[in-house]
Each structure stands twice: as structure tokens, then as C-alpha cells.
Design a protein. Sequence first.
Lengths: 152, 152
Amino acid sequence: MKLDTADRDILRLLQTNSQLTMKELSEQVNLSITPIHERIRKLEKSGHIDRYVALLNRKKMGKALLVYCNVTLDKQRRESFEEFNEAVKRMPEVMECCVVSGNFDYLLKVVAEDMEDYNNFYQQNLSVLQSVQHISSFFVMSEIKSTTQLPV
Amino acid sequence: MKLDTADRDILRLLQTNSQLTMKELSEQVNLSITPIHERIRKLEKSGHIDRYVALLNRKKMGKALLVYCNVTLDKQRRESFEEFNEAVKRMPEVMECCVVSGNFDYLLKVVAEDMEDYNNFYQQNLSVLQSVQHISSFFVMSEIKSTTQLPV
DNA sequence: GTTGAAACCGGTTGTCT
DNA sequence: AGACAACCGGTTTCAAC
């Protein structure tokens, strides 16, 4: 499915505020309500729009500490990767996890209340995994930018 | 403001789907519509709920390449940090940017269409900044987990 | 915090251009 | 494919418990 300018405009707007009314969207996109409605329906069905969510304020939710960590797995064990992937999916503290090129295997983004909370997570959840060989943590001192908006 | 179990339930639900109706929420939280409504209003006003957004599918949007990069700044120049921060905020390709502990200064999460697109960004936008001394890029080979849901 | 009612919007659908 | 209008469902507000 190919997107035109109007589709892109709609996506750009919904990425910043999903509660805009059809009327507000129609004014900003220069289309009447009917086509706006139809286009959104198609964008949802095609999967361009994945879901609608509420974004919470991390600090207000008591997760003041943000940590990125590099994890190296024990590559001798063939099951290591599957094991680690599944474990990470079940950890609510881990918000992002991916396999990266370079000299470590995984990059994780982890939230915690404070250093003590992170230490508990580290000791009790992360380092206990059989598949984990090495972990190094990078603590976020200042968050310059954090957005869910993809360039459209 | 202190959150009770009902507030947490509401936040947990809205983080996965912000389009649940008051009726659906009231059924899952075991409260009637009136208090659900009132609690959401308070959570919005207190800032626990930051905003409502549509999340798009990165690959469907043609951003197949995901890259994390470590950036080291030229620390001789005092304006470096402010300059770099402001530049990054203006780059739509950069979805996350933070100052981290360790042997580099910044960690960036960048999306691009493909390697060529990333190379253009790298050469024309990132490496040209006066403040930048060194960049190393880590390419994401597999995304295991990516969520906006904070643990509640 | 609950229920019920009423008013108001906005989403949804059908028809016409 | 887009505009218009009527309908319907959900949100919002209120009063009484």
C-alpha cells in the first residue's frame, strides 16, 4: 500500500495526539470527515497504525533511573539466544532489547526506581540467567530526547 | 499524588490500548463509569498520563534499519553539549538521545530506510557537527522487544 | 463510590454528487 | 473519491443515594 501526502499528514498528526477528532484532522489535512475516516480505517487495517496507547511520565511513575546495558551471551550453548530472548520478554523492567552488531550481543534499555532497585534486578533477574556471560551497564545521566514519532 | 490499585490497573490498561471505552475499563477495574472517568481526569492532570498517541509500524513505514550510536564530543569546546543537544532535537531520524556514563558521551537511537539512507544521515547531519569528535554505530540485527509500557 | 438520567459530541453509515 | 446529513454510541455532567 502506497501512502500519499494526506495519509502522511494524518499519521504525523496521530503520532503526536491520537485523540484529535475527525473534525480537527479534517481541518488540518484539508479533507472532509468522510475521507479522513476512511483513510484512518485503511491505515489501521494495513498495519501502518499499530496501536493507540497512553504514554506515561516515567519519573512520575517512580522510575527515575534509566539504564542501557550491553549483554554478552555464552555462545557455547546453542539454546542461549532463545532462552535469553524469552526471559527478557517476561521482564517488565526491560523496555527495549535487541541484537546488535559489534563486540557485544544485546543492547537493553531498562527502567528502575533507583540504584538499589536496579541492583536487585541485575542480581536477581539478569545475571542469574545461565545464558549470560557478561553485562556492562551504562547509566543515563540526562535524557535529551525520547519520542515514539517515526519520521513520516 | 499517590496511586492505588485501581489507578494502577487503569494505567496498565491504557498503556496497552488507549481506546478502551469507559465501560470496558469499568468492567476490568471493578469500578463504575463515574469514578473511572474521574480517576483518568486526575491522572491526566497530575501528569502521570503524558499523552495519547498512535504507534506506527516501523517497517511498514519504510524504516527497516535501526541503529544505536555512541557519540563522543569535543570537550574542549564549552558550547559543545548545548549545540549537540539542540541539533539532535531537530533530527527526526533520532528517536532517543541521552547522556550516559562510561567512556562515550551520548547514546542515540536512529531509524533509517536502509544503509544508504543511514550513510547520508551520518555524513550530512551527524558527523558534520562541530561538536562531534567520534561516532561508532551499532546496527540492530534483530529487535527482540520494544515497548512503551512502563512497569506499573 | 454507585446508579441512573440527560445533554452533548463525535464517530459511523448511507446517499448523493 | 469526497461532501452532507442523519443516526447512534460513548463521554460527560449532574443529582440522589
